[in-house]
Design a protein. Structure first.
Length: 221
């Protein structure tokens, strides 16, 4: 009798922990969105210049490394807000450009598309409970392709390649959302800081990529 009680309590305790990670992840994700939006607004009001690509890479990967190293401590939260604030700051000049061109409708469409993509993908995994761990190999392969494509585009600066890269970033980030959400609900991801950063970066990439694609089609018109 005691053995059966212990066995039944184990899955229940595991589910409580999974729910806690999921709840903390979404709560922190919401806070980082607000924080990023505030910093973005500050960058727009200050008329901040665009950060060069090498500055973005150094800032992003430096802060990402700091998050990874401190994710099990309180400092992890500090670096999460530092990273998401930095990413929000990089969006300020971009959105200012759209605002100056009277194209805020493109920004709103990209924002709506990003939100719908996130809620749709998250809902699919949460409702079906499907294990998306099989996407791991595809995500790794696509990441390598994107790195090569970004390096090539720095030197070649081909519009068609930029458009293709934006589309691939959307696919890559969508798979990352599916994979990360699945990892949380199946107990593979137990750190809500890591989960939050993965989801935030994925949404950032989708938003920026949608902006690029919509701007391209708009200019064609």
């Amino acid at each position: 009798m005691e053995y059966n009680s212990a066995v039944s309590a184990a899955p229940q305790g595991r589910q409580i922990e999974i729910n806690k990670v999921l709840r903390n992840t979404y709560a922190l994700l919401a806070m980082t969105f607000v924080w990023s939006a505030v910093i973005c607004g500050f960058a727009m009001m200050a008329d901040a210049p665009r950060i060069p690509w090498w500055g973005m890479l150094i800032g992003f990967y430096g802060l990402l490394f700091a998050v990874e190293k401190t994710k099990d401590s309180a400092m992890g939260l500090f670096f999460v807000f530092a990273l998401t604030g930095f990413m929000g700051f990089t969006l300020g000049p971009v959105i200012s450009m759209f605002a100056g061109a009277g194209a805020m409708d493109i920004v709103l469409f990209a924002l709506a598309g990003t939100g719908l993509t996130f809620f749709g993908l998250s809902a699919y995994v949460l409702v079906t409970k499907k294990d998306m761990s099989f996407l791991s190999g595809a995500i790794t392969a696509l990441f390598i392709v994107l790195i090569i494509g970004m390096i090539a585009n720095i030197f070649l600066n081909i519009p068609a390649l930029s458009l293709a890269m934006s589309a691939l970033f959307i696919v890559f980030s969508s798979m990352a959302i599916l994979y990360q959400t699945s990892a949380i609900i199946h107990g593979g991801e137990t750190n809500y800081i890591s989960a939050t950063v993965t989801l935030f970066v994925s949404l950032y990439n989708i938003f920026v990529s949608l902006l690029s694609i919509l701007m391209s089609f708009s200019s064609d018109d």
